[in-house]
Structures are given as C-alpha cells and as structure tokens.
Ligand binder design. Structure first.
Ligand code: GCW
Length: 779
C-alpha cells in the first residue's frame, strides 16, 4: 500500500514564525561539512522568509555561527564566553569530526570506552564512556562587537547553537546578552521507539503508541517516503536529542531481520536522521542467531555464537559507520535471554559488548526483568524487588561498554513510584535512566498530563541524604551541577523524592540558564569542558510518544512532553515550568499572555491532577488489563503480573517493609530505607506503595486514607471540568485544528476522570463501609 502522508503536518515547536528573529538578520556561517550544510539550509530558509541574508566572511554580520578550532580547549571554564574571536580558519579542523567521516566514527582510539575521566564520588566507578557522548555538542553563545556569536565545539554544537538562537528569538540579539556556555549533561540522549515493523496482532504497529502508526514502518516494511522522519530529526535536534532506536524492544520474528538481511532499511533511516546529528540504534533479539537459522544455540558463552554476533556487528558498521548501538530486552515478558542457557545477564550483555567494542559502541541492556507468573497469595515474591535482586549482585561484572538501562521506578512507569533503587546499587556499572514519554499509564495522550514535573523529581532525587548528589548528577557524571549541591527536599516531607510539594515547585534546584561556568564546566576535574570533553557521560533514554498522527503525538499538547526530554537531558535541573514556557513560546509563537497563562494553568499541574483521580497514594495500576486505559480497580488483582494493591475490608496497600513485608525498603540506601520503612516518615504520596494501612490511618496531611481517596477523586474530576471550560475560551487564540483536537481530548478526559472517580470511590466505600465525611454522592 503506498504511503499517504497527510498534507497538514503540525510544525510542533518549529513553526516558521519561530525563525523570525534569526531569519531577519545577516548571518555568517564559518564552518563546512554536512552538519554545517544543515545549518546553512536552516538559516537560508529562515532568511528567505524574513528578509535576512547569509553573508560572506568579509561582510558585516549580526550573527556568526562558527566552530572553534579543534586544537584549542573547548571552553576554559573561567574564560568569558564571548571574548573569543571567531576563528577564520576553522573549516578544516571541524570537518574531522563530522558524522559520517571516518575520523568521527566511534572506532577511533579517542572514542574507545574507558578513555575518559572517572565519575565522581567513588574510585570504583568506571570512566565516563566517550561513546556515550556526542562529540563537539557544546557551544558558547555571546556577543562580539555588534554581533551575536555561536562558537561551537564541533559541527553538532553549531546545530545546537543555531537552535538556541531560534529559541531565544529577539533576545539572542540583545547587545547585553551575557556570555554563556552550553553543553549537555547527558552524552547520549536517546528516544526508544516501540515500533513494530509488522503490525502486531495485539499491540498494533506501535506498542503502547497513541499517535497513530509508526513514522518508520508501515504494514511490514520501511515507508517509501521518509520525509516525516527527516522532519522528526529536525524537531529532535531542536530539542537536544541525539539518538533514536527504530524498533520495539520486543523484537518479533520479522524485526529480528533488521540486523542482517533488512539492515538496508535501518541504513535508510540512519541517512535521513544523520543531517540532524541523530544516530540510529537497533533493538536486537537475543535469540537472533537461532531465529535467523544460522546456529542451533544462542548461548552467550558458545564461541560460534560470539563469532556470529561479532561478524554480524562488523557488517552493521560496514553499512552504517556511525551506528549507535544495540538495545536488548532479555528474559523479560517472554523475550529470550541468557537464562535459557544457565548464563547470567552479565554473560549475555558481555557477548554483545564484545561484538560492539571494536566499534566503540555500547549495548544498552534493560534491567526490566521480573517474574510475570506470580500468585497473589505468595507474599514473598515482590515485582518491585526484581530488578535489584537480579542485577545488583552483578555489579562490577558488566563489560565497560554495557549500559544497564533502568526504568525510573521499580514497577512499571506508574503515575507515582519511588525512584528505582537499582540506580543507587551498582556503583561499578554504567546506568541509564529510562523514562516513558508515551503515556501508557498516564492517560494515553487522551488525557492532558505534562510529565516533566515527575521527571524532574526523579532526576533531582538524592538517594543518600538531603545533601547528597542528585540522581542526574550521579548518572551524568557532572558533579559540579547545581543539582548536585542544591537545597535538599525536606526529609520525609511530601516534597521528597518524586514528590513536588506543589505545582511549580519542583524538587530540583534551579540555576540561571547563563550565569557563570556551566554545570559541566565547573566539573573541570572530571575531564569536563576544560579538558576538551564537551558532553557529559551518561545516558538518558525515553520511550517516544510519536506516531504518524498530524499532530505527532495525538494530543497536541503532549508535544510538550517530547520537547522536554531533550531539554532536561541537557539541563536536568531546569524548572519544568520554564521548559513549558519555552515550548509555548516556540509552538504558539506570538501567543498573547492570555493563552500563555491558560496553557500554564492547564498543564503545569496536570500530572498531579491525573494522579488525583486515578490510583491513590502510589499504589499504582487499577487500570483495565491489556490496554491499560481507564479504571478497573481489581483488573490486575488476581492476575499473574505481580501488580497488586491488596485492598480488603480493613485496609489497602502493599507491605514492602523489612519488619513485616517483602523487605523491599532495604534495597534503598539510608536514609531512604528508614524513611520508607516507617509509616510515620514515608511520604504520603507513596504510602500505599510501601505499606498496607487501615482506611482510618491518618496521613501526614491530617486526613484519613479513605477520606483522602474521596477528596482527591472529587477534586481531580472537578479540575478536569474546569480545564475544559478554560480551554473553550481559547478558541479565538489557537489554530482551529489544534483547538478542536484538544477540545475532543478534554471531553474524553472528563468522561474518563468521572469514571475513575466513581469506580474508585464506590469500590473503597463498599470495601471499607466508611462514608464520605462530606456526604457527596458515591455512585
Ligand atoms: O509496561 C510494559 C508494557 C509493555 C512493554 C514493557 C517493557 C515493550 O506494558 O508493552 O513492552 O513494559 O518496558 O518492556
């Protein structure tokens, strides 16, 4: 079937109008090579729209985009950013680092794993991997004479610097613009697509996708027209992402061939993404040697199997020289893995790592491994414990280019979970944080749910105490980050991990965007900017929420979640409200104040609103089995999936204490092990995740659990009704197509929120026999 691309694709955060300031200037580009060509094309398109011009090196310019000489330090931490003169002869130096050029490929000696400086805090922590860093991504922004100057560390930095100028608009040309240094905290910023090549009979084209079909695949093959993939690359580069995994971690039979005889399709995607400095990753099937019919075994210690992976991987790199790496889901939810052969996950990952190491590339190995054949009567098995039980004992046994990819919570992307303890239990293993942008459990892009406040709380979590480094600092190896040294969340308070106390007050400390040495630059002892390392180590991954929907994400306002991932990967300590504001400015350029204010009102707290009408106090699930949309309080209660709330006539919640429960609290370091262990210090929002309590238990907020359930369900549904009216009033300020789509989604959100309210309330009223103290109707 031929592709039928929709003629009206929403421009998301890159409408033409966002380029007005840049496009009306005289712009000089002192750089050459493919990425510089991309920048040149962007600038000339903008200039043709707004009357500016690309000018020659001799001509006066309002904006100079240049790459710093590769021989000079990338950015002395103390040097005033704007003081450098634009190097006239940067072209040859920069071309060495262009993607696609041999010198930039990860096989070069400089890019071999283990070559960078060590992470902070522990001598045992492995070196920051060069392969996790995009090269030359940083840049300085400042003024020289009458011009604004972007001096990039390399070609990718030129692209990112150009998009920063776009984001700033007129402010980028303010004569008082201070000198700033920018570089990403996380070196690898990757969006994982759970896209199937063949339409899966149950999961469809995109597993957990709520925005139509795949951008890459259609009915069993690569799309003929990859124009949208190119547009996607452009959007991602503008948000700061630098890698994409093109297929589902559940690698079915057809998709297994992408590694070998269908590699050409992956190469075509790689070519489309490359102009925007985005590398391709592939999810691979652990049993590929068997499935593809080449070998009788996939045993990771079998020499034939190891050779197979090594030869296959060599062919991948021969076809796609800047290939990013593998992603593996093994021994999980039916996927094959090393357990079949009595081997460990370190053995399994090690085999793939050995195949990738000569190319300087990593394997991301997922820690999402648990028993999905449980019996609710067996209280000793706890799914929350599983990842730690499986992986923590293997710390130190993973190869240098293995990155263990850990979901942010111990269960499964629920609306509220504590931060996974695995992230603090493996100091000798490289770890990646996995977020879920696709809203599997958070309203499936029918509900408005701006997720960055949740992510911000996770990135800002301080596992070992209120003055300890944040998770972001630990993972990114950027200890100088203000996030690592900022003011603590109050111990045990509701403002503790993942629990912003109120809207707009995220846990993570803020830093003025531009002031002083940057986060990474101040980590000079780490091989930071001063030593020429232009990106942080570390990996931030997220499951994409994009499809072939004209608005990209189904719900047009869910674009903000996608935008924010890249922005947080550059600056994990940024205020989510500020990121939202930036997204509004770009997406609704020329937005009058009334629209801006309303969007904040609708979105800033929307995650908390969603939480208010769904499963209470961190207990999770209560969704309809299979598709996970809408309420079904007991939907998973008697299934083998290990996702129980244990409500009975006396109380609700999962006892995960050491004293009387599954002992999960002991997987945390102090002080959190103690805080979670005690009902008195466990944050309210996570109470039912850690404790089974009577309905009459009084929360730290002063209300009983049952009354909290009623109050928040009523408040949540009421809030959605208000949101609907507030949006209605925006009709004159928003593109009618966007307005109509959001209107339709809010109507469904309200229907669903009322359904949640009624089902949860009536369930707990009947279980507990305790009426609502305020006498409201419980249906
Ligand atoms: O949350 C579960 C999803 C599965 C998904 C799995 C995973 C890709 O329901 O659809 O499979 O997580 O993360 O592997």
């Amino acid at each position: 079937m031929p592709d039928t691309p929709s003629p009206t694709i929403h421009p998301a955060w890159l409408p033409s109008s966002a380029f007005r300031a840049l496009g009306s200037r005289r712009v000089r580009i002192d750089a050459a090579g493919p990425l510089a060509d991309t920048v040149r094309a962007e600038v000339s398109r903008a200039c043709s729209l707004f009357g500016g011009a690309l000018v020659t090196p001799e001509a006066p310019a309002d904006l100079i985009l240049t790459t710093a000489p590769a021989t000079a330090p990338a950015a002395p931490a103390t040097a005033p950013a704007a003081s450098a003169t634009a190097p006239a002869a940067t072209l040859a130096a920069s071309s060495a680092a262009l993607p696609g050029s041999a010198a930039a490929l990860p096989g070069s000696a400089a890019a071999l794993p283990g070559s960078a400086a060590a992470l902070p805090g522990s001598a045992a922590v492995p070196a920051v991997p060069a392969f996790a860093s995009g090269s030359g991504e940083g840049y300085r922004l400042g003024r020289r004479g009458a011009a604004t100057v972007v001096t990039a560390d390399g070609p990718a930095g030129l692209l990112y610097g150009m998009f920063e100028v776009v984001r700033r608009g007129e402010a980028a040309f303010d004569p008082a613009l201070p000198g700033e240094r920018h570089e990403p905290a996380f070196g690898l910023r990757v969006l994982d697509h759970w896209d199937n090549v063949d339409v899966h009979p149950v999961m469809g084209q995109v597993e957990r996708g709520y925005a139509g079909g795949s951008l890459f695949w259609r009915d069993g093959r690569l799309r003929d027209d990859l124009t949208r993939v190119g547009e996607y690359a452009r959007l991602l580069a503008a948000s700061g992402v630098n890698a994409v995994t093109v297929n589902n971690v559940n690698v079915h039979a057809g998709e297994t061939h992408l590694l070998t005889d269908r590699l050409g399709e992956v190469a075509a995607i790689a070519s489309t993404l490359r102009p925007y400095a985005i590398r391709v990753h592939l999810a691979v099937n652990f049993a590929a040697p068997v499935i593809l019919g080449d070998l009788p075994t996939a045993d990771p210690l079998d020499e034939r199997v190891r050779r197979w992976w090594s030869d296959t991987t060599d062919r991948v790199f021969a076809t796609i020289p800047d290939f990013g790496g593998y992603l593996v889901k093994a021994d999980s939810e039916g996927q094959p893995g090393p357990f079949t052969y009595g081997r460990t996950h370190a053995d399994g990952a090690g085999m793939l790592a050995a195949a990738l190491a000569p190319h300087g590339a990593p394997v991301r190995w997922r820690a999402f491994v648990y028993n999905h054949h449980q019996d609710w009567r067996d209280r000793s098995t706890d799914r929350a414990r599983a990842a730690h039980d499986h992986f923590a004992p293997l710390d130190g046994r993973f190869a240098d280019n293995v990155i263990l990819q850990v979901k942010h919570g111990p269960m499964d992307f629920q609306t509220r979970e504590p931060v996974s303890p695995v992230l603090f239990a493996m100091p000798r293993t490289r770890l990646a944080l996995e977020l879920q942008v696709t809203q599997e459990y958070t309203g499936q892009q029918r509900h408005l749910c701006y997720l960055p406040p949740m992510w911000s709380g996770i990135l800002g979590f301080r596992a070992t105490g209120d003055n300890a480094p944040t998770l972001a600092a630990m993972l990114s190896g950027a200890p100088g980050s203000p996030a690592a040294a900022g003011s603590p969340a109050a111990p045990g308070s509701p403002a503790a991990p993942g629990l912003p106390a109120a809207a707009g007050s995220p846990v993570v400390q803020q830093q003025p965007a531009a002031a002083g040495p940057s986060a990474a630059a101040s980590g000079a002892g780490l091989g930071g900017a001063a030593s020429g390392r232009t990106s942080g180590g570390g990996v931030l991954s997220a499951v994409s929420n994009v499809g072939d929907d004209p608005f990209w994400t189904g719900h047009p306002l869910a674009q903000a979640n996608l935008y924010a991932v890249g922005r947080l990967a550059w600056r994990p300590d940024r205020d989510p409200t500020e990121i939202l504001d930036e997204w509004i400015t770009l997406t609704f350029s020329d937005a009058p104040d009334r629209l801006r204010r309303t969007l904040h009102t609708l979105m800033d707290d929307s995650w908390q609103t969603y939480e208010q009408y769904t499963a209470p106090l961190g207990v999770g699930f209560m969704v309809r089995p299979g598709h996970h949309y809408g309420p079904d309080v007991d939907g998973y209660e008697y299934t083998p999936w290990g996702t129980y709330h244990f409500a009975d006539r006396d109380g609700v919640g999962v006892d995960r204490t050491v004293a009387t429960g599954t002992g999960f609290t002991a997987q945390y370091p102090a002080p959190w092990s103690d805080r979670y262990e005690s009902r008195d210090t466990c944050p309210d929002e996570l109470l039912l995740f850690f404790h089974h309590v009577p309905y009459t238990h009084v929360l730290r907020s002063g209300v009983t659990v049952i009354q909290h359930i009623y109050d928040t369900r009523f408040a949540g549904a009421r809030r959605v009704a208000e949101m609907r009216s507030q949006w209605r009033e925006m009709a004159d300020l928003v593109d009618p197509a966007v307005h109509a789509r959001v209107t339709e989604r809010l109507a469904e959100q309200l229907r669903s929120a009322e359904e949640w309210r009624d089902q949860v309330n009536t369930y707990f009223y009947r279980k507990s026999g305790i009426p609502d103290a305020k006498g409201r109707p419980i249906h």
